[in-house]
Design a protein around this ligand. Structure first.
Ligand SMILES: *[C@@H]1O[C@H](CO)[C@@H](O)[C@H](O)[C@H]1NC(C)=O
Ligand SMILES: *[C@@H]1O[C@H](CO)[C@@H](O)[C@H](O)[C@H]1NC(C)=O
Ligand SMILES: *[C@@H]1O[C@H](CO)[C@@H](O)[C@H](O)[C@H]1NC(C)=O
Length: 451
């Protein structure tokens, strides 16, 4: 009988087949896993990597290459709160790394964050020492971009920022050259947005008691407007001019000015005080673009009056920034006259008016109501927000989740210290979107109501 040999032969073939199956499954299994864990990928495919610390200093040096960040002066230390960073935090970040040398190196680097100071300079001669090079988009000169060091010994990173909307954006087609594009866009910024909002302060304002109650809002006009750019992209001046033919608007700024005030200054607080005696505050931006929401909304919210905003097709989506039914969106009305009718109705019906301030008036908002201003921590503020607005409030998922209220350079120092440098470098980068992609068309506030 030759069957024992045949059996052995078949057994052998089957063995190879099963072994291949095993290898294949491992391969695809790993692929699946790698997608979620760049460190693991590093671990398995390219073992060359060794964590060499850039320098054994506890300083993170930010070089403002374009020199337009006026809030800091040479050698200013940026105050970061890294108090949440401890050994446990760092261990949890790098838990999944199998190579123990690599793991402990990364944990050590992460742990050093607690002692890190972030220093700011605009001395271009310090390029070689800088950890992060910052570029203000508008002032970038493409033929004057420094070459950054990126090797096993030293890793330098770049960031590009701007606070103006896409409509006023120069050099946006160069954004793919930079590691960290950070602007107000909650989704497209990397690793985090840098919005106009300081979430902690903003929530203090959002939960503050009403400054001037309805019965004491006795200005002759129900609406306040304070703007300096009269040729805004969205045509807001023409829009407000038409609105003025149906309802009184006190315009303090340069555009359609009809009232003077000694109290108006460029300082925000004063404007919030001025706004607070009005029932409504026009908080329409100069252009209506994805997530482009500025201090205009913040000041109006801070005044505890009702903001009037403009948003269509989610440009921008105000539910990401403010509680629902806390503002009036002009695009919710068929005509400017309809809008004026609604505003007139609210300004004579306190019940309907106060419904827009529901989040300030809820009994659960006891901190604000009983104790006035209390210095709460960000976490306390977020807990209060969850109680008042509900954990599923849209702004919880967006602004309150994405903007963590720290300086953008602090955010980046933390990110760089708690992530793998190659995974940052290898990210697929793209340009800032164009105005056509993310903004409503020019003069939309006029054409929308007259077509
Ligand atoms: C573990 O990582 C260290 C540091 O990156 C590296 O030098 C070493 O070769 C790695 N060891 C193994 C077994 O992969
Ligand atoms: C900034 O600090 C460096 C090093 O400590 C020092 O040499 C330099 O003079 C300082 N520059 C200013 C403007 O203070
Ligand atoms: C005032 O508004 C409330 C709430 O929207 C409404 O129920 C009430 O009928 C209004 N009163 C008048 C006089 O319009």
């Amino acid at each position: 009988m030759r069957s024992p040999i045949k059996c052995l032969y078949l057994y052998f073939i089957l063995g190879i087949f099963l072994f291949n199956l095993y290898l294949l499954s491992r391969f695809f299994g790993e692929q699946e896993k790698f997608k979620h864990d760049p460190f693991d990928q590093q671990q398995h495919f390219r073992l060359f990597y060794d964590v060499n610390f850039v320098k054994n200093s506890n300083e993170f040096l930010v070089l403002d290459w374009t020199g337009k960040q006026h809030i800091f002066r040479e050698n200013d230390t940026i105050k970061c709160d890294f108090s949440h960073v401890d050994l446990k935090f760092c261990q949890s970040k790098f838990d999944s790394i199998i190579n123990s040398t690599l793991r402990s190196n990364l944990i050590e680097r992460c742990n050093r964050l607690a002692k890190l100071t972030v220093r700011w300079t605009n001395e271009q001669s310090l390029l070689k020492q800088a950890d992060l090079i910052a570029f203000h988009s508008i002032h970038i000169r493409v033929n004057n971009l420094p070459e950054l060091t990126r090797n096993d010994e030293q890793q330098q990173f770049s960031t590009v920022y701007i606070l103006e909307s896409e409509v006023h954006s120069l050099n946006s087609d160069h954004w793919h050259r930079f590691d960290f594009p950070m602007w107000y866009n909650l989704e497209r910024s990397y690793p985090e947005p840098a919005t106009y909002f300081d979430v902690k302060l903003y929530l203090d304002q959002l939960f503050a008691p009403i400054r001037v109650p309805f019965s004491r809002k006795t200005t002759t006009a129900p609406i306040a407007w304070l703007i300096s750019n009269c040729n805004a992209y969205n045509g807001r001046s023409a829009f407000v001019k038409e609105l003025m033919s149906y309802i009184r608007v006190d315009s303090y700024g340069h555009c359609l000015n009809n009232i003077k005030s000694k109290t108006v200054t460029t300082r925000r607080e004063s404007n919030s005080v001025l706004y607070s005696s009005y029932k409504f505050v026009l908080a329409i931006e100069n252009s209506n673009c994805e997530d482009y929401v500025t201090e205009k909304l913040i000041d109006a919210i801070g005044s505890t009056s009702i903001p009037i905003v403009a948003s269509r097709s989610g440009k921008p989506d105000y539910t990401r920034f403010a509680p629902k039914h806390s503002y009036i969106n002009v695009y919710d009305f068929k005509s400017v006259k309809d809008l004026a009718n609604h505003l007139n109705h609210l300004s004579t019906n306190q019940t309907a008016y106060d419904e827009y301030l529901w989040f300030r008036r809820l009994p659960i908002n006891k901190y604000a109501v009983t104790s006035g201003f209390i210095a709460r921590s960000l976490n306390e503020n977020l807990r209060l927000a969850d109680q008042i607005l509900g954990k599923r409030a849209t702004m919880r998922k967006w602004l309150l989740n994405k903007e963590t209220s720290v300086n953008k350079y602090c955010k980046l120092a933390q990110f760089i210290h708690t992530n793998h440098w190659e995974s940052i470098y290898n990210r697929k980068k793209s340009n800032r979107p164009t105005a056509d992609e993310v903004c409503l068309p020019t003069n939309d506030l006029v054409s929308y109501f007259h077509s």
